[in-house]
Design a binder for this molecule. Structure first.
Ligand code: B12
Ligand code: SF4
Length: 476
């Protein structure tokens, strides 16, 4: 086996303002891949952190490597393509991986600067490629050879997630990484989701499968987060899907006393929380401080339309259970749900406060490749015929599609309005004071971190107007 020199790139997202002001996430996928190919020399370039890369600097860097691997989401595709063009100009081969190339592998047919795509889970496919296995035998690989493109059959999913290598966290300087102004790290404990929400591509990427790491393995990974870490974000789409597993993780967190050193945030579903108050109590006692929940809308018809698979009465129950147990509710909403008018959207904004969500973010409805929404949007002409992710600048302001009830401009206006209406100091002050009296001492951690939160929150509110603005200009 020849030892290769590999560069793994995490492309940039608008930073310093808006979302970027509250989150700078460690590049977990490239750290995990690096773990799988540890026989080779690997460098990581996180362009969210290192902002000094213009065209010249990038070209100078690329030529030092045998191969460049780039992770790619749809919103970063244009910039990824630009890096591929620079690599091609310098005779450096590129491999793309991640959601966008997996769910639209036809990009390799369209853009000849892309040499290879690793579709689906990358660990084994990428390793086989680097270890020199003949390309035509590598499952999950799409590649170009002698001007022709080949798409090999899919690779079956890795059966036991405990077999995965540990992420090589030591390959990056941990100091810039933060979630809501706290030194943070990320950890993946499961893959996939059995639900079929129409706007979401996770169930398509994992074909509705759901696999988990054992609680023991999760604890081992937590011991490896950098020493300054205060908060760990579990990136799983559905951390709480298997209650028995969650309870065991909690037990081990307490036993190891990791809950005295670290705080935890996870993504969950409204119904999981509403149906399992005992689990939420246990999670709070084990160091969980916040749940990130995809509410998307507070209108039942919309939830049904997008196949969210729970009823609205669970929402208030879920939030009450969280607050009762001292857990912050961070809600995510979609602006432009099919069937929602401007009035419906404004009603959603009012209800967000009525049900007492603590923090929220909104995203414009987006037809990601592989989603049911994408198929419907193309069929019904909601998305422009010549729409290409390659034309769309990272962080571009204009939403990618219209709906039967809202134009792209309407969606854009409503996005801005959502932040202005929600991040109103009076609401948050009143809610906090109410919460302190109602739920003390569950909120004791709030006092500990109040100065840091206040400083960050003031910065966030000041930057509100640029929340979906800023573009990355260096390579684009
Ligand atoms: C955690 C997370 C975040 C975090 C951290 C992102 C980060 N720095 O990694 C935060 C909150 C910052 C975030 C932000 C956004 N996210 Co996000 N995020 C996720 C989430 C929940 C988990 C990602 C993860 O770490 N998984 C664990 C790693 C190990 O898996 P992985 O990334 O898939 O990588 C594996 C394979 O894909 C492959 N692979 C990946 N890259 C490469 C590269 C090479 C060379 C190779 C060989 C293989 C390979 O191998 C890896 C190991 O098997 C996913 C959903 C999901 N289930 O994956 C959404 C998801 C990836 N995010 C998504 C989106 C849209 C966004 C935002 C654009 C949202 C927004 N509107 O602001 C921003 C973009 C930010 C950016 N560019 O950094 C979409 C992407 C859809 C798409 N078609 O592109 C997803 C799928 C969510 C969804 N349901 O739609 N996100
Ligand atoms: S939105 Fe969440 S629950 Fe729905 S399919 Fe995607 S990951 Fe699963």
């Amino acid at each position: 086996m020849i030892k290769l020199k590999i560069l793994l790139i995490y492309p940039p997202f608008p930073s310093g303002k808006g979302m970027g002001a509250i989150i700078c996430s460690p590049p977990l996928n490239v750290l995990t891949l690096a773990g799988a190919i540890s026989e080779h020399t690997v460098d990581i370039l996180d362009l969210n952190v290192d902002k000094s890369y213009g065209i010249k600097e990038m070209e100078k860097k690329l030529v030092n490597y045998d191969l460049v691997g780039i992770t790619c989401m749809s919103p970063t595709f244009r910039i990824v393509l630009n890096i591929c063009k620079l690599a091609k100009r310098n005779n450096v081969k590129t491999v793309l991986g991640g959601f966008h190339p997996t769910l639209d592998p036809s990009i390799i047919d369209k853009y000849d600067s892309i040499n290879m795509i690793v579709r689906g889970e990358g660990e084994i496919t990428f390793k086989e490629l680097l270890d020199g296995k003949p390309k035509k035998e590598i499952l999950g690989l799409s590649y170009r050879e002698n001007g022709k493109v080949y798409h090999n059959p899919d690779r079956p999913y890795i059966k036991n997630l405990d077999d995965l290598p540990f992420p090589r966290n030591e390959l990056v300087d941990p100091s810039p990484y933060q979630y809501t102004w706290m030194p943070s790290w990320v950890c993946e404990t499961s893959r996939g989701c059995p639900f079929t929400c129409s706007f979401c591509c996770v169930h398509e990427f994992y074909k509705r499968t759901y696999r988990t790491k054992t609680p023991e393995r999760v604890i081992k990974e937590l011991y490896q987060v950098p020493s300054q870490t205060k908060l760990v974000f579990f990136v799983d789409d559905n951390f709480t899907l298997n209650k028995k597993r969650v309870m065991r993780i909690c037990k081990l967190l307490k036993k190891s006393r990791l809950n005295k050193k670290l705080m935890f945030v996870c993504q969950s579903r409204v119904d999981d929380i509403a149906n399992n108050p005992d689990m939420v109590k246990e999670m709070h006692e084990s160091g969980f401080i916040c749940f990130f929940l995809g509410f998307e809308s507070l209108k039942q018809v919309s939830l049904d339309e997008m196949k969210k698979a729970y009823s609205l009465d669970k929402v208030r129950k879920c939030i009450d259970i969280c607050h009762y147990n001292g857990i912050i509710v961070f809600g995510s909403f979609i602006i432009g749900n099919i069937g929602e008018t401007k009035e419906d959207t404004l009603t959603n904004f009012r209800l967000m406060k009525e049900v007492e969500i603590d923090f929220m973010m909104t995203n414009p409805i987006t037809p990601f490749p592989g989603t049911q929404l994408y198929t419907e949007a193309v069929e019904k002409g909601w998305v422009e015929e010549d729409f290409k992710w390659a034309d769309r600048k990272v962080g571009q302001v204009k939403p990618p599609m219209a709906t039967p009830d809202l134009t792209q401009d309407d969606i854009q206006e409503l996005l801005m309005e959502s932040y202005h209406s929600f991040y109103d100091m009076e609401y948050h002050l009143k809610k906090s004071i109410r919460g302190i009296f109602r739920y003390y001492p569950s909120f004791n951690w709030t006092f500990k971190h109040l100065p840091r939160f206040l400083k960050g929150a003031i910065q966030f509110v000041r930057n509100l107007d640029e929340i979906v603005g800023d573009e990355y200009k260096a390579i684009d």
